[in-house]
Design a protein around this ligand. Sequence first.
Ligand SMILES: [Zn+2]
Length: 127
Amino acid sequence: MVGRAVRLRCPWCGARRTFVRRWLWRDERCRTCGIRWNREVGFELGPMTLNIIATFLVLVVAMTVVVAATLPDIPVHTTVIVLVAGAVVLPVLLYPFGYTLWLAGDLAAHPPSTDELADAAAHAGNT
Ligand SMILES: [Zn+2]
């Protein structure tokens, strides 16, 4: 399921027609199998947390590499500008991956119940 999520496919059915319709907009359900991405109240906190952690990791690694490579004359001004730009751009780039990855983890930890699968089947391919 993680492999599917990394390729922005539905973690459950593997289809490309998933809830990620456009980069920053989502449908409520996978457009192929009908599984809901928002499986419980507060589900969005998981993808947001993944996004924040990934962004900070990339920024910390980039800053460490720049500092280590340029010691003792660190280009502070340029480094800060690039890192601030990265702090704005990276969350946008990582946005859909956070949702698919979090859903993959959630589906692996809590497989859908028969009621959830019946609800998904009722909405499969509707949009
Ligand atoms: Zn699906």
